[in-house]
Design a binder for this molecule. Structure first.
Ligand code: AMP
Length: 225
């Protein structure tokens, strides 16, 4: 398994709705890694009203990409936190070639490397349904879906018993369409980028959540060796 001086770095690639967040949370538990979602970090910045949050808010609501400068700064700060020394699963970052190059430079500075960039392969047509039905527990962040993963008792979190559920403002059909365009234009080229670096893996992400998780775990186990 990965030695202690070089923490594991995994990247999950895939369009909005591919299941990056859900799978990252499962991998986090299974492999004792830290999920690092730039979307979550940006939403926290928006909620806190920081300068970065103020600049990002309208861009996120339009389903476009926040500037590389803001996102890279947020990620760099978070990567410096002590818990990230356990190893990280990057969920939603990088999303542009500029971000990928900045990540390479950041990791090189600390003698780290990417263990695997895993592409979650899905069909665009399924993404709108997946996204429009999803919500998360406000207390613990566990993700649910009206059709694919409802909580056992309506509006009660299976994990922590929380009763407040959040639906994202950008999870509507119109914004999803823009987010898919942004993905194909700016993020999908990273599949070729990481293939060229010999770290690309891919997994069929159209099936049941648990089956995808099992297939991902096999890839991750090998990548961490
Ligand atoms: P997500 O939670 O990953 O779906 O991200 C939600 C929104 O946050 C995206 O639609 C973008 O507006 C913004 N965002 C998240 N991560 C990035 C990133 N790496 N680069 C640019 N914008 C991002």
């Amino acid at each position: 398994m990965g030695d202690k001086t070089t923490p594991t770095v995994l990247i999950l690639l895939g369009p909005p709705g591919a299941g990056k967040g859900t799978q990252a949370r499962m991998l986090e538990e299974k492999f004792a890694l830290v999920q690092l979602s730039t979307g979550d970090l940006l939403r926290a910045a928006v909620a806190a009203g920081t300068d970065a949050g103020k600049a990002a808010k309208a861009v996120m609501e339009a389903g476009e990409l926040v500037s590389d400068e803001i996102v890279i700064a947020i990620l760099r700060d978070r990567l410096g936190d002590a818990d990230c020394a356990k190893g990280v699963i990057l969920d939603g970052f990088p999303r542009t070639t500029g971000q990928a190059m900045a990540l390479d430079a950041l990791l090189a500075d600390s003698g780290q490397k990417i263990n695997a960039a895993i592409s979650l392969e899905v069909e665009d047509t399924a993404m709108v349904t997946r996204i429009s039905g999803r919500f998360t527990c406000a207390a613990c962040g566990e993700g649910y879906h009206d059709t694919f993963k409802p909580p056992l008792a309506p509006e009660v979190c299976d994990k922590c018993g929380g009763t407040t559920m959040n639906r994202r403002v950008d999870d509507n059909a119109e914004t999803v369409a823009s987010r898919l365009v942004a993905y194909h234009d700016q993020t999908a080229p990273l599949i070729t980028y990481y293939d060229g670096r010999g770290v690309l893996k891919s997994v069929d992400a159209m099936g049941a959540i648990d089956v995808i998780a099992e297939n991902l775990a096999i890839i991750v186990k090998t990548a961490m060796q």
